[in-house]
Write a protein that binds this ligand. Structure first.
Ligand code: MEV
Length: 437
C-alpha cells in the first residue's frame, strides 16, 4: 500500500490538520505556512469560509469578475461570475452588451416548483393503497401543515402530493411525489424535511392497519429530486440579421447568419457537439451560480438530464430566423435560491446578490440563463468565424507567463513575439530560455 491511512483527521485542530498534511507530502512539498497564507486576513471572513464545510485546511480562490450589461426584461444587471477559465467572462460581456443594445433578453417562462420523493415497497394488495389514497393524502397533508406554514406565508407551499406506481422500475416499488413551490429558496433542506415527515406519516397511517408490523410496507428513502423539468426558465433575445455585422468578421452577414444557424442545428442533432455546446452554456450558468452561492452541481445534473429528455442528448439552446430577425433561446431547469443555503453565509455570495440588487429567485434564474445564453452565443460566433483559439490564446499566453513569474519586460517581449503565432507551454518556455541566453 502506498500512502498512509489517516485516522481521526476531523478531530484535529486546524493547525494540526495542516501540520499533518504538510508532513505527509513529499519534500519539497507545501508548508503549513503556505496553506495558511491563502486564508482571508479578516478573522470573521476567515471563520465563515472555514466553517462552511469540514476538514478545512485553507481556502481555494477563484476569480470573481463581472459581466457588465446583461439586460433582462429591460433591466440591466452587472453580473458577478466566479470562474477560473480565461475568456469566459470577456466573451459573455461582449455578447451581453451586444444584446443589451438590442433590447436584451426576455423571460418567456419561469417556475420555482420543486419535486421530491418518498420511495417505498408495498408487499401486499396494491388496491389497498389506491382505495385508501384519499384518506392517506389528507392525513399526510395535515401532518405537513406545521412544517410548511412559514413557506405558505412567503407565498409558496405544497402544490401536489401524488402516489405513483413505480413497479415498472422495480417490483413492488411505489413513491409519494411531493411538489412544492419553495419561492425564493432552493429549498433542498426544506423539501427533505417535508419528505421525511411524509415518510413518518405514511408509516404512522399504515401502522394503524398493522401493515408496518406485518412488514407489508418498507420505507426505502426520502429525498428531493434534482431533476425537475418544471422548475425551469426560458429566455430569448432577438435582433435583425443586419445587426449581426459586428460578429461576422470576414464573412458577409448572410453567410455568418447561415453558419450560426447551422452550428445550432448541429448541436441539436449530434450529441458529440451538443455536450460541448452545452458546456459553453454552463460556463456562464455555473459561474453565476458559484458567485451567488448556489448549487451548481445540482444545476449541472438537471441540465444534462433535461438535455437528454427525449432519449437523445441535445443542445439546451436554439436559434431560428423569423421575418429577417435572428432569435436565440435557452430553456434550462434551475433549482436555485436567493435566500437560505450559503447565500447568506458566504460573504462573496452575499456581495454578489447585493451587486445584482438582491433579486428574487425568479429574477436570478433569468439572469443566470441570460448569462448562459450570452456565453453560448459568444462561443458560437467565434467558432464560425475566427475559431476559438485566437481570443483564448492571448489569455492562455498570459497564464503561461504568470506561471513562469516573468517580469514586465520579458512579458512584453513574449507577447510581441507570439502575436499571431501558435502558443504552447513548450513554445513559450523555449522562447524564454532562448532570450535568457
Ligand atoms: C469552452 O470552455 C467552451 C466552448 O467549447 C463552447 C462551444 O464549443 O460552444 C468554446
Amino acid at each position: 500500500m502506498k500512502g498512509r491511512i489517516i485516522k481521526g483527521f476531523s478531530k484535529l485542530s486546524l493547525t494540526e490538520k495542516r501540520r499533518l498534511i504538510a508532513a505527509l507530502c513529499r519534500w519539497p512539498g507545501p508548508t503549513e505556512q503556505e496553506m495558511e497564507s491563502y486564508l482571508a486576513e479578516d478573522p470573521a471572513t476567515r471563520k465563515s469560509f472555514l466553517e462552511l464545510s469540514e476538514n478545512t485546511i485553507s481556502s481555494f480562490h477563484v476569480p470573481f469578475g463581472i459581466a457588465p450589461n446583461v439586460m433582462v426584461d429591460g433591466r440591466v444587471y452587472h453580473v458577478p461570475m466566479a470562474i477560473e477559465e480565461s475568456s469566459v467572462i470577456a466573451a459573455a460581456s461582449h455578447a451581453a452588451r451586444f444584446w443589451a443594445e438590442r433590447g436584451g433578453f426576455t423571460v418567456k417562462q419561469v417556475s420555482t416548483v420543486k419535486l421530491g420523493h418518498v420511495y417505498f415497497r408495498w408487499f401486499t394488495d396494491p388496491l389497498f393503497l389506491h382505495q385508501h389514497w384519499d384518506h392517506i393524502h389528507l392525513f399526510l397533508l395535515d401532518r405537513l401543515k406545521k412544517t410548511t406554514a412559514s413557506m405558505v406565508r412567503r407565498g409558496g407551499g405544497v402544490l401536489n402530493l401524488r402516489l405513483i406506481d413505480a413497479c415498472g422500475i422495480m417490483e413492488k416499488l411505489y413513491k409519494l411525489e411531493l411538489e412544492v413551490d419553495t419561492v425564493n429558496s432552493m429549498g433542498a433542506n426544506f423539501m427533505n424535511t417535508c419528505l421525511e415527515e411524509l415518510a413518518e406519516g405514511m408509516e404512522a397511517y399504515l401502522a394503524m392497519n398493522n401493515h408496518v408490523k406485518e412488514r407489508r410496507y418498507q420505507h426505502i428513502m426520502s429525498i428531493l429530486s434534482n431533476y425537475n423539468e418544471n422548475c425551469r426558465v426560458t429566455v430569448e433575445a432577438s435582433c435583425s440579421l443586419a445587426e449581426l455585422r459586428p460578429f461576422a468578421g470576414n464573412l458577409s452577414v448572410d453567410e455568418f447568419a447561415e453558419k450560426i444557424m447551422l452550428a445550432y442545428a448541429i448541436a441539436e442533432g449530434d450529441a458529440y457537439r451538443a455536450v460541448t455546446h452545452n458546456k459553453g452554456i454552463m460556463n456562464g450558468v455555473d459561474a453565476v451560480l458559484m458567485a451567488t452561492g448556489n448549487d451548481y452541481r445540482a444545476a449541472e445534473a438537471a441540465a444534462h438530464a433535461f438535455a437528454a429528455r427525449d432519449g437523445v442528448y441535445r443542445s439546451l439552446s436554439s436559434c431560428r430566423t423569423v421575418n429577417g430577425s435572428l432569435i436565440i433561446s435557452l430553456t434550462i431547469p434551475l433549482a436555485i435560491g436567493t435566500v437560505g443555503g450559503i447565500t447568506n453565509l458566504h460573504p462573496l455570495a452575499r456581495l454578489a446578490l447585493e451587486i445584482l440588487g438582491n433579486p428574487n429567485a425568479r429574477e436570478l434564474m433569468a439572469i443566470v440563463a441570460s448569462t448562459g445564453l450570452a456565453s453560448n452565443f459568444a462561443a458560437l460566433t467565434s467558432l464560425v468565424t475566427t475559431g476559438i483559439q485566437k481570443g483564448h490564446m492571448r489569455l492562455h499566453l498570459s497564464n503561461i507567463l504568470n506561471s513562469m513569474n516573468m517580469n514586465a519586460d520579458s512579458r512584453k517581449k513574449a507577447e510581441e513575439y507570439f502575436s499571431g503565432k501558435k502558443i504552447s507551454y513548450d513554445a513559450v518556455k523555449h522562447f524564454i530560455d532562448a532570450s535568457a541566453n
